[in-house]
Design a protein around this ligand. Structure first.
Ligand code: NIG
Ligand code: FE
Length: 413
């Protein structure tokens, strides 16, 4: 048999494949060749003739799929700490947005930054995710709101992915907010998004998916649908920010009609919206960082989503306004404590279901032969500990595409 590049021995596996919640396989081994998982199973079942160029003794640690942060606005300039102060004095997110702050404040800062500055400002956030075992990150545009600034954001996202051991998928979120120069002319701005910005950025290879913010302070269902139609014409998958602040738009059901990969936030999702997601097979991406930071009290309908079999993903929503969070481990804890997800559900939400939300489940998100070897080896007695600790990162070793890219105190032979 051909030699393997690398073999993990004496590891427990949480595969997130199959029916059992964690997909646990104790006393296992996992082999990697040419950047992919080629064998996994019980160590006692290792083929007698198995040979590997390198062996790693896991010493009873837990091996999981690399973590996936499937919703971020990681590329941006500046921060909104002053708005945080205002909100603590009683101003609401909507009031600040209507007064020209909020997303528009970050738009001004981002428009003023060149591509290099955007990369430099964003890299530490990405590095913090990587240090926690994240191997795939979705990054949205949406703080440029004009062609050249949206391009700079997406190019910065691509540069980050090209220069760090992480897969970056990009999402065009031109329909995030109305830029000030289009005040009172939202339909004209949407036409610009659909007819000019999206086709140009798509042709430049900068767009993997298309998102829109469907909300009374952002875009109407009709405007959101126009964006989805433009995406469909280019055969791009869609997703949506919906039912975050109100149940006014029906954005999730609308996205489901366009076969959305996912609908995100969803605190105010109606039963009809949940049923539409279930019928379309879309993922519900829950964002506990934004819920926490906005002191939201309306919980997303987790029990309903569960009952309908809607896959649930968890992400940081890393952004300067509603979720200045660059820890997916903390998002896991929040999903359990605030949303009452079971730890196995939360972990499936940053592995298998997050991969599905990015349309990448054939390559990523579970430990299975044939998938890309993006892995994390964790210094824990059980996977639940990834959700349990606060402010402690038990990552022992990270593998990206078959390459070790961050090791702690793990013995390598
Ligand atoms: O996901 N909901 C809209 N967009 C972001 C917030 C962006 C901002 O406030 O800068 C979100 O919460
Ligand atoms: Fe978001």
């Amino acid at each position: 048999m051909a030699a393997w590049d690398l073999l993990f021995r004496r590891v427990h596996l949480a595969t997130f494949a199959g029916d059992e919640p964690y997909g646990m396989l104790r006393d296992g081994a996992l082999a990697v060749r040419a950047g992919r998982i080629v064998w996994l199973g019980a160590e006692r079942d290792l083929p007698r003739e198995a040979r590997a160029a390198q062996e790693i003794d896991g010493a009873g640690r837990w091996l999981l799929p690399g973590l996936i942060d499937c919703h971020t606005h990681l590329v941006h300039a500046g921060n909104r700490a002053q708005e945080f102060e205002l909100r603590l004095q009683g101003a609401s997110y909507e009031e600040i947005a209507r007064a020209g702050g909020g997303i528009r404040a970050t738009v001004a800062a981002t428009r003023a930054a060149d591509e290099e500055a955007l990369v430099a400002a964003s890299r530490p956030r990405l590095d913090r995710l990587i240090a926690e075992g994240v191997t795939t990150v979705e990054i949205k545009s949406g703080y440029g709101l004009e062609l050249s600034a949206e391009r700079r954001m997406l190019r910065a996202a691509r540069t980050l992915g090209d220069t760090a051991p992480v897969r970056v998928t990009t999402t065009f979120l031109g329909a995030h907010a109305l830029p000030p120069e289009y005040d009172g002319r939202a339909d004209d701005y949407i036409a610009e998004v659909c007819d000019v910005m999206l086709p140009a950025l798509f042709r430049e290879g900068l767009v993997d998916a298309v998102d829109a913010f469907c909300e009374h302070i952002a875009f109407s269902p009709a405007q959101t649908e126009a964006v989805f139609r433009a995406a469909r014409a280019l055969r791009l998958p869609v997703r949506v920010h919906a039912e975050q602040l109100s149940d006014s738009g029906g954005g999730a059901a609308l996205a489901a009609r366009y076969g959305a990969l996912c609908a995100d936030h969803l605190e105010h999702l109606s039963d009809t919206g949940a049923a539409a997601l279930a019928a379309a097979g879309s993922v519900a991406v829950l964002l506990p960082g934004a819920f926490y930071f906005l002191r939201e009290t309306q919980l997303p309908p987790v029990a309903r989503l569960r009952a309908l079999g809607v896959p649930i993903a968890i992400a940081t929503d890393c952004n300067p306004g509603t979720s200045p969070l660059s820890s997916l481990l903390l998002a896991l804890n929040m999903a359990c404590v605030l949303f009452r997800l079971a730890p196995a559900e939360a972990l499936a939400g940053v592995t298998r279901n997050a991969a599905r939300a990015l349309g990448r489940v054939s390559d990523l998100g579970t430990l299975e032969a044939g998938k890309l070897a993006d892995l994390g080896l964790w210094n824990v007695d059980a996977p639940v500990e990834l959700c349990y600790h606060l402010g402690y990162n038990p990552l022992a070793l990270r593998m990206f595409g078959g390459q070790i890219s961050g090791a702690g105190d793990v013995a390598q032979g």
